[in-house]
Every structure is written in C-alpha cells, then in structure tokens.
Design a protein around this ligand. Structure first.
Ligand code: V47
Length: 366
C-alpha cells in the first residue's frame, strides 16, 4: 500500500522521515491535500520523535487587566473604548485577589494581557508585576504580547530595551504569543491596521529572547487570510527561531467570529483546525511544542489534535479572563485538572503537568 493516495505526500513523507526542512510550496501542498489521515500520520511521526507519548498541560489563569484599547482589530470582540459603559481597568489590588484565587486553585502561571490603554502610566505595569511577585514569588508571570511592548515603546517614548528591561526587573518572566495574528500583508493591515506589523512583532520577539526570556507565538486563522498567508507565517516564525531561539510553543488560534466585525464569516471547521495543527508541526520544525487551545478549538477537536501533532493541551483554569469569554467556542472557559488528564489519557497519551517553561511539576514532591 502506498503511504498516500496523494502522490505529492509521498515525496514530502520521505523528507519528513529524513528530518529535512520543508519548503513553502510543500507547506501549501500539505494544506491542500485531501488525505487528512496521511497528513495526521506525518505530523504524529514528528511529534512522537520529539516527545513520545508525553502530552503537557499546565495549571494557569488568564488575567485581562483592561479591555480599553485604541486599536480597532476587526477580529476582536473584547475591546472597548474608554467611554463605553462596560469598559474596565482592574486595580492592582484586584489583580492580587485574582492571582490569590488562582494560586489557591493550584495555578503556577498567570497569563496577563490587555488592551492598548492610553489612560495608564507605564508604572501601572511595573507596580502590578512587582506587587504580584511580592505576594506570590513562585507564580510565573507570562505577561504582555509583542503588540503591547511595541505600544509601550511608542506611547511612553522608551527604547525597546528599556521597556523589556524594566518589565523584566519588575517581575515579567516570559511573554505569551498573542498579537501575531497573520504576518502577511495586505491581510494583516485589513484586519488590524492600528497595531505593529509582522516584521516589528518578530523583531520584538527577538529582543525579548536576547533579554533572556522565552516567548510563545500564535497565528489567528480562519478569517480572510489565504493558505499562502498561513504558510508564510510558519516560514517567518521558523526563520526568527533560527536567529534567536527563544520561542517555546506555537498556538494556532481558530477564529471565533461571534461578536466581532467579521461575524458574517463562518470561522474554520474541524478539518481546517486539524490540518492547521498538523501543518504547523511539520513546517515549524524548530519549535518544540505545538499547543491545542481547547477554548477556541472546542474540547473534542483539541483532544483529536493530539493525534495531529499537538503535544500540549491548554489549559485548566482559564476562568476570570474576560478576553477568553469573548471568544470561547461554546461558552466553556474552565476545565478541571482531572478532566484534562482524562482527555489526554483517553487519547492514548501520558499527561504531564508542566510549569510555563516546560519543567515537570511534581505535586507530591512539592
Ligand atoms: O492576540 C482575538 C486572538 C489572542 C479572537 O501564549 C481571537 O500560551 C479567535 O494569544 N477568535 C489572545 N482568536 C490569546 C493568545 C493566547 C491564548 C492561549 C495561550 C497563549 C500562550 C496565547 O487571541 C489575540 C488574538 O490573536 N483573538 N480575538 C477571536 N474572535
């Protein structure tokens, strides 16, 4: 029996087996195949070579400190203008209470992102981080996207190095992968022309890596972008990783149209979601981890994604994140650790709790 009824995949399979890097055109061919089983098998081969049966999860909580934002991203249902009734900014005391609940529920990480809010001084962030660190020294602060760092440098008239250095000194431990959206132009400008371009996002990620911090990367897909835009995104990420090596994890974000300016679009379907996990695993060969984010994929597709190249299932405690509420696939924003472990084990993998930087967390020893 041939490996695949799609003859193009036989050639790509030989390259994957030999550990050779795939080209842009091969990435497009992978996306365009109808042989979903063969694509999944290839991605699973790479995933098992890197991680065997291990599937990571972490216990975390999202904290969206403000929803006030001057950008006008067409895909976002979260942001508000300052004068809108439901605009909010959390005080530092509120942030500490949210973190306290998270720590009491076993969280090892607080994922902090928010809007581009011109009403806040830079010291809001340094005070927030240093206060959180004072109260909860062991809680990892995975905070601020490259888009927020770019906004800080421009709005507060600081150098990138100064922004990163001061935030790191205050307690920022790593950065999440948001704001990458889709790098390719003109698509990026059509969905988020008020925020930094793809080149700048990558430049800042490189600077954060040089400052000694890890970051993640995302891609928002299933809106107006083309397959070529997606593959271009993968190629740009792996080129940046070749240069600075600080990316830990790639998270494809399935577009959820409800409540956004693009609500007439259908969003990606399950086949597209599984293909995107698989093609990213095969194209971004220098990222260790591919995360299935169940909040956007839905629990069943996220579980299936573990057989299509994903080796990380995020996450347990996401409740408390208003941003998460605004795009949650079916209104569910919380999953218990036991449920998550069962999902991983029922898929045939070994569940391993990790901290943000992928060290194993051993609760018994703690
Ligand atoms: O940057 C916004 C995306 C991102 C929608 O680093 C939407 O571990 C779908 O980056 N439909 C924020 N997506 C979330 C994010 C993230 C999530 C989980 C883990 C990590 C990590 C990072 O959410 C935004 C944007 O790309 N987004 N609106 C929407 N309607």
């Amino acid at each position: 029996m041939n490996f695949s009824f799609d003859t193009k995949l036989n050639f790509i399979a030989a390259k994957v087996e030999a550990g050779e890097r795939l080209t842009f055109d091969e990435g497009v061919a992978l996306y365009k195949t109808d042989d979903l089983n063969a694509l999944g098998k290839l991605a699973d081969f790479v995933r098992r070579k890197k991680h065997g049966r291990t599937t990571y999860f972490n216990v975390n909580r999202h904290f969206n400190h403000t929803n006030i934002c001057v950008a006008d991203c067409k895909f976002c249902g979260f942001y508000r203008r300052a004068r809108q009734e439901d605009a909010y900014t959390h005080s530092i005391a509120e942030g500490i209470e949210i973190a306290r609940n998270a720590v009491n529920e076993g969280a090892t990480e607080l994922h902090i992102v928010g809007g581009l809010n011109t009403k806040l001084p830079f010291t809001y962030y340094t005070d927030l981080f240093s206060s959180l660190k004072r109260e909860f020294p062991a809680l990892h602060l995975k905070a601020l996207t490259m888009v927020e760092l770019d906004f800080f440098a421009r709005f507060y008239k600081m150098s990138d190095e100064d922004v990163i250095g001061k935030l790191k000194a205050a307690g920022m431990d790593s950065c999440p992968g948001g704001g990458a959206e889709i790098f390719a132009e003109p698509t990026r400008s059509r969905i988020c022309d008020h925020k930094c371009d793809g080149e700048r996002w990558l430049e800042l990620a490189g600077k954060v890596h040089k400052a000694g911090l890890k970051t993640n990367a995302t891609m928002l897909y299933g809106h107006i972008e083309s397959i070529e835009d997606r593959v271009d995104h993968f190629v740009k990420l792996r080129e940046q990783q070749d240069k600075t090596g600080g990316f830990q994890c790639f998270i494809p974000l399935a577009f959820y149209p409800n409540g956004t300016a693009l609500s007439s679009l259908p969003g990606p379907d399950a086949i597209d979601n599984l293909k995107t996990i698989a093609v990213s695993r095969l194209m971004i060969d220098n990222f260790d981890h591919i995360k299935a984010y169940w909040v956007m994929l839905g629990k069943q597709t996220a579980q299936t994604a573990l057989h299509f190249g994903a080796n990380d299932l995020d996450g347990t405690i996401t409740d408390g994140g208003e941003l998460t509420h605004s795009y949650s696939n079916d209104g569910e924003v919380k999953m218990s650790k036991a449920e998550l472990i069962t999902m991983i084990e029922n898929a045939g993998f070994e569940a391993v709790e990790r901290d943000t930087v992928y060290n194993r967390v051993d609760r018994q020893a703690a």
